[in-house]
Design a binder for this molecule. Sequence first.
Ligand code: SF4
Length: 336
Amino acid sequence: MPELIVDLSEAKEFLKEKGCRTVIVQIPEGLKDRTTRISDELSGSCENVFIKMDPCYGACDLPLHDKNVLNADAIVHIGHSAMHRHKDIFYVPCQYRISGEEMEENIARLLRELQKRKITAVSLVANAQYGTYLPQIKKSLFENGVQSFIGHGTSRLAGEGQIIGCNYTVVESVLPNVQASVYFGDGYFHPLGLVFSTDKPVLVLNPLHKTVEEISEKTKDRFMRKRYLAIAKASEAKNFGIIVSIKSGQRQKEKALELKKAIERHGKKAYLLEMDLVAEGYMTGTGFDCLVNTACNRIVLDDAENWKTLIINPTECLIVLGEKKFEEWKPDEFLH
Ligand code: SF4
């Protein structure tokens, strides 16, 4: 079974070389059960280890303010690859260790599915936890007559072929050459976003479940119907709350200001709302007809149904205002 490795050896070297006395360590939600182990291990290299306990879902969310307040020398960010590069930030992107035998089985499984569908050219993508295996998959596919491409994305991404929930540019760069995209990894969070960035089939090669699954057009259609409904409802809104997150990689103040002007141009009221963590519970009693979220686009894509107030993304807001057409809908991305 693949095992998730958190290798702190380079982080320890970094802290020692820098002579750090105080460090803030960020651990993603899925790894919080390793909190004490990680703290104990880093304590040998740095006197004061603060573990940041607020939720963290990506490298877009660095505790830069906390660093100032606690007068820390560095931040160690675990679980995601580099987004905001800085001399005081060390990233520990965790990776799955998959045996050679398991990889052979995964690739054989994928080949069978590609052959069944007569697909001979694909783009290969993964998140940070599986990205190191893409070259091996590419080589084996080539040996079996399937061409594959590992694309380059924008500077928000740390590696070739890497996707994150708000950036799929690696696929765009190779899309004209391929018949389908193959995501290597587990879960639906990343491949679901991928589906909206390409009109070609998306296959998920899941090494944990040992499956190959196509994300169907039905899933996409079902989702799009919900977004169109949200846009239709938002057209009746008279006042809008525009959410700006202050998180380092989710901040879009300029976009929010442009949206405010656009809403006002159409004779409606707009209010600027500033938050760190964008969470539904904080909106209780505010009375907005509609919220426009400029922070992580996945809050709307994955969670809009759990919000009591109608919530849409910036592109959807422009559609509501008639400044874009329905046909121009796409998931809002962060490009840098
Ligand atoms: S903005 Fe959202 S999708 Fe993008 S890295 Fe941050 S948490 Fe992930």
